[in-house]
Design a protein around this ligand. Structure first.
Ligand code: UDP
Length: 324
């Protein structure tokens, strides 16, 4: 049995990770300030003796020191997430993602022995893709827009997190693993912070207009949360992953127009599919990436990861969860 600390453990991915680690017999402690997480995500765990939660910020260094010292490893999932959330809360997002990660890494390094940190990063790191770019590899260049477009701050803060983690590894021998997540989806994800699948599912079930932003021909590769959790645990266990960066994703992509049609059909919805210009949906000058697809050869080769859940199964389980 290991004692695992999950920052952001009441969030969408963090809470699923907690469930699986508890099922495997580990002790799980979470810290979450409920900025985008929710008590509903962890309420079913409250009677589990191997589970403890702290509703607090990761900026609370004193508490974080105690939690880090008492754990064997840390999954750092706490972050400001969601394109809409980042645009609406630019300052808090930057502070959480930069200062928060600094604290996590500093304390993991100071702890005796040093604690392994699995750092959740993002496919936003890659930024805009060049025309014709098929899929992103971990060592690909990053192409970003100007600083007046706040979307790009998310990519930059997460890149700084990655630099920090890699610097701690190189200079201090802190065992870190960086993972870049590609559009994770599944039950418990809310559309409140902009994520497309829960937004479309809710709109479709309520027979409200399904809001496609831009021309809808942009594509994304959605990964089911259970597949992501499996990958996170496999990488935490694999010694060769220390000091490395991995894409976690499902390489199959779908256009946002197709996604809207699929969700409408699967929910027998009478919703209209409407197209809304990006500037109206987000902010002036907003830039979207046309395609984003992971190259997963590295994680496949190192830990045998292969996503199992396809888009139809993902949507089916999300729709059932919303109906519930
Ligand atoms: N999107 C959309 N309608 C919505 C929410 C999002 O068409 O109501 C689009 C968004 O512009 C992007 C894609 O869906 O092209 C995925 O958006 P999301 O915010 O889920 O993730 P991203 O890949 O942008 O981080």
């Amino acid at each position: 049995m290991r004692r695992v600390l999950i920052t952001g453990g009441a969030g969408f991915i963090g809470s699923h990770l907690a469930d699986v680690l508890l099922k495997k017999g580990h002790k799980v402690v979470i810290i979450d300030n409920l900025s985008t997480g929710s008590m509903d995500n962890i309420s079913h765990l409250k009677d589990n003796k191997r589970f403890a939660n702290h509703i607090d910020t990761i900026m609370n260094k004193r508490l974080m020191k105690r939690l880090t010292d008492d754990s064997d490893m840390v999954y750092h999932m706490a972050a400001a997430v969601g394109v809409k959330y980042i645009i609406d809360n630019p300052l808090e997002s930057i502070q959480t993602n930069v200062r928060g990660t600094e604290i996590v890494l500093e304390l993991a390094n100071k702890s005796n022995p040093k604690k392994k940190v699995v750092l959740a990063s993002t496919s936003e790191i890659y930024g805009k893709n060049k025309d014709g770019h098929a899929s992103f590899r971990e060592d690909d260049d990053r192409i970003l827009g100007t600083t007046s477009i706040s979307r790009w701050s998310y990519s930059c803060t997460k890149a700084l997190d990655e630099f920090l983690a890699l610097a701690y590894y190189r200079e201090k021998k802190l065992p870190i693993v960086v993972v870049r997540l590609f559009n994770t989806c599944g039950p418990r994800q809310t559309g409140r912070y902009g994520m497309v699948i829960p937004r479309f599912v809710k709109q479709a079930l309520l027979n409200q207009p399904i809001t496609v932003f831009g021309d809808g021909r942009q594509t994304r590769s959605f990964t089911y949360v259970d597949d992501v959790v499996k990958a996170l645990i496999a990488l935490a266990k694999y010694l060769g992953a220390v000091g490395e960066i991995y894409n976690i994703g499902n390489p199959k992509s779908i256009s946002i127009n197709e996604l809207a049609e699929k969700i409408k059909a699967m929910t027998d919805s009478t919703s209209k599919i409407v197209h809304i210009p990006y500037e109206k949906a987000y902010e002036k000058g907003f830039e979207d990436m046309r395609n984003r697809q992971p190259d997963i050869s590295k994680i496949k080769e190192h830990v045998g990861f292969k996503p199992k859940v396809d888009i139809d199964e993902m949507l089916d389980s999300i729709i059932k969860d919303f109906e519930k």
